[in-house]
Design a protein around this ligand. Sequence first.
Ligand code: HEM
Length: 180
Amino acid sequence: MTRYSLNRRRIHWLIAGCVLALVPVGLWMVARGEANLWDTLTNTLYGIHKATGFTVLLLMALRIAFKLRSADPAYPADFPKMQRIAAKSLHHLFYVLLVTVPLLGWAGVTAFPALIVFPGLDLPPMPFVPVDEALALRLFQIHGALAISLALLVLGHVGGALWHLVIRKDGMFQRMWFGD
Ligand code: HEM
């Protein structure tokens, strides 16, 4: 059985868990903000979202470093070429979105500015981003739209992984799973 390196498997599931939390928390906090419910719960949701999103950005830096250091395991010889291309393209798109989406969120909170995570803990401002509320709102719009696109692609990705695990039973899922 050829698998991704242990570090790449660990970081894959860590980021997957973060994204799984980020999307519903993001939608919930925005809905509460739009309903003008600016209470402790809303502020906590924003804090959790910013901290988790920023963590994804840091984990992505590590993930890219791991990817550059260890080759992907080879696909089975009978894995069709078109599916190979589709899988690789989707994986590259994930890398792009998993860097762009948190960068846009961080740029937005820098421009707003709303860098506070919890009382006494602020994120660092993104370098070269001016304080400009109109810019922040635009950045949040793009952040939200790309995050929803990311969530939809994740659904397709999970569907594909389950198809390999349950229907094709070709060991593709196990490449990203744990064991020896
Ligand atoms: C992979 C990482 C991230 C994902 C998947 C994600 C996802 C989301 C989603 C789904 C929303 C709701 C969009 C809407 O309903 O319009 C949202 C909103 C938001 N996110 Fe993120 N986010 C991520 C990273 C970050 C980071 C790093 C920050 C800041 C440091 C951040 C700050 C915000 C803020 C402030 C909003 C509210 C924007 C508004 O009020 O319109 N996000 N995010």
